[in-house]
Design a protein around this ligand. Sequence first.
Ligand code: PLP
Ligand code: COI
Length: 350
Amino acid sequence: MNQQHLPEKKALNWAELGFQYQSTEYRFRAVHRNGEWSEGELITDKMISVHEGAPALHYAQQCFEGLKAQTAPDGRVLLFRPDLNAERMRQAAGRLLMPHVPEELFIKGVESAVRANYAWIPPHGSGAALYIRPMLIGVGENLGLKTAKEFEFRVFVSPVGPYYKSAGLATISLAVSDLDRAAPAGTGNYKIGANYAGGLLATRQAQELGANEALFLDARERRYIDEAGSANIVVAMTGGRFVTPGSSAVLPSVTRRSIMALAEQELGLKTEQRGIDLRGEIADFEEVAACGTAAVISPVGKILVDGNWHSFYGNGEEPGPITQKLYELLVGIQRGEIADKYHWTHEVSI
Ligand code: PLP
Ligand code: COI
């Protein structure tokens, strides 16, 4: 699109946005019937009409993704590693016996929804981003426990601000949950709705204890850190070590993968992916952070373990220097402010 003819941005107070659904004009929709995907199209109807027996409704045969589009200083619109989201949705579809969304269709859906809603993409410097939610659901008439015969792939977008109420790099707190999120050979490493429904009560309980989120331990021994309800965990430990759980039951986070690379290659830290024995190692934690598309890098100031709060850098009230640096690097690349030497950004032509 010619720069002169770009649609005018919406008159939103971008800096005040939270993480809420904001309706935009267009969404992308493709359907899978008789073994084939339709080409897909942009539609305006935000409602989905499905059969009352749809397997997505009864047996949670559905998966989803989450990524963001951001505006660079020169106006380019950038996605962050969308190929990894496409691959993760492929894995989830396979686990739930759904047809996979080919990478080209996934990227086409994401790009089309972003481009069509250009007016809703927060401008550079606003601190906000366009959150993109691709989803794949099993629809069509059904009753018994079996895979759907028809599927819908949909992508909608919504401008968002910070996931946690406190903006920017303010610290959050976590409370260890007595509930399990995912079994060792279950579905914890797939981005599927069923994992999140089971976590709602844990989040509420954590909030009742004064924390932002639940922290889940491994379900087998309740000893090793798995992850938070909507983000992975990274820990800067004594001795220049930068560690993240090796658990196979956590979501393989695109953000975490990127942060681990930055910690090693840009900060020269010794990175490790291994079991982190929470009670046994917490005394060595210097900085803790929760990371994800929505959470970005949120410094964790304190964790409630067995009724006692443990706080980290700066008495838990401010981000530590490693978290700060990683945030600046990651967000700088995502927003096109820092040279993208890892080739992580993907421009959406407008
Ligand atoms: N863990 C859970 C449970 C999540 O919901 C998310 C969010 O997507 C993440 C981790 C972070 O993953 P990503 O960095 O790919 O967004
Ligand atoms: C994301 O970070 O993209 C997520 O999907 C987390 C979700 C709970 C908002």
